[in-house]
Design a protein around this ligand. Structure first.
Ligand SMILES: C[S@@+](CC[C@H](N)C(=O)[O-])C[C@H]1O[C@@H](n2cnc3c(N)ncnc32)[C@H](O)[C@@H]1O
Length: 303
């Protein structure tokens, strides 16, 4: 379904939404629907009213945009984005993504072999592995914060674990959480060849149980989350209080292939990531930036 977004910069977004509610009935107080299927949702942030319009076709999309523009005639003009479809939205142009990958310090033979073995042994699941540039980014972040205590949720065959473990300061340890023993068993030989196996504590159990059993003190330097999407909000809530000031939480796949930007996609994964993205942006405990690296990576730093 085509989608179009707009942002009205205002410190009084609440007031604007209140005016809208008195001019037209809004479902749930934040959603305007037209009989032709055009829908616009409104979200209040500290400095803007965010508008997301979606409709079954281009004519209905133009219709809902016109209705909203008319209702908001007194507000600063909304600049609508061109229509896009979340299913084929390229959050990073493939040519630019390939260029970025080619201009990152190359993968060494251990990472390369792990990538090849993952493809051979896991087939289509290999798509879950982080790309080399994202892995290099994780190593760099780990080094930059001088991490000695790190946690990873979502190991798969151990590529991102290897990248984080490599960046740890002397004596540092990575707690690596996953539920799939078979996939994680592929990791071990590669971790050994990379000389990082001794730094990684692999725990095969639902990650939420593992995280809840950690000390409550803010001792973590870095956390990376790349597992079941509906679990992200709970992982975030367990991890953020355990980060030391200046520690980082890194969330992978925050675009969900572009679908998170399209309200037509409303499954449990989409809702969980969409809501978490909004929550992180407004979370006073952290400062966060969302990067268009691969499928979207949020880096949030504990204040
Ligand atoms: C996208 S993959 C991780 C990819 C990995 N970061 C890499 O670079 O290769 C997601 C992983 O999350 C794991 N997972 C799914 N649900 C989980 C849960 N409840 N607890 C722990 N791990 C889980 C899956 O078994 C899978 O290995």
């Amino acid at each position: 379904m085509p989608v179009s977004t707009a942002r009205i910069a205002t410190a009084q977004a609440d007031h604007l939404l209140h005016l809208l509610r008195s001019a037209a009935p809004l479902d749930g107080g934040h959603r305007l629907a037209r009989p032709d299927g055009g829908i616009c949702t409104f979200a209040v942030t500290a400095d803007a009213l965010e508008l997301t319009a979606t409709a079954p076709d281009a004519a209905a999309l133009a219709g809902i945009r016109r209705t909203v523009t008319r209702l908001l005639a007194e507000a600063p003009a909304a600049e609508w984005s061109g229509p896009y479809d979340g299913d084929d939205l390229e959050t990073t142009h493939p040519v630019a993504a390939a260029y970025a990958l080619a201009h990152c310090t190359p993968a060494d033979p251990v990472l390369h072999e792990l990538e090849v073995e993952t493809r051979t042994r896991t087939g289509g699941a290999a798509r879950m592995q982080v790309s080399h540039d994202e892995g290099a980014f994780l190593t760099m972040l780990t080094r930059l914060v001088g991490a000695r205590r790190a946690v990873e949720v979502g190991v798969f065959t151990g590529y991102s674990s290897l990248c984080i473990a490599r960046g740890l300061a002397d004596g540092g340890r990575l707690l690596a959480c996953d539920v799939n023993e078979e996939w994680a068993s592929i990791a071990r030989g590669h971790w050994e060849r990379a000389g990082v196996a001794e730094r990684i504590d692999l725990v095969i159990a639902p990650a939420l149980d593992t995280l809840r059993a950690l000390p409550a003190e803010p001792e973590l330097d870095l956390a990376f989350v790349d597992a079941d999407k509906t679990g992200y909000p709970a992982y975030y809530e367990e991890l953020v209080p355990r980060l030391r000031p200046g520690g980082l939480i890194v969330l992978d796949n925050v675009f969900l292939g572009g679908r998170v930007l399209d309200p037509a996609f409303d499954g449990p994964d989409h809702r969980a990531i969409r809501e978490l993205n909004a929550f992180v942006a407004a979370d006073p405990r952290v400062e966060a930036v969302m990067l268009p690296l691969r499928d979207g990576v949020t880096v949030a730093r504990r204040r």
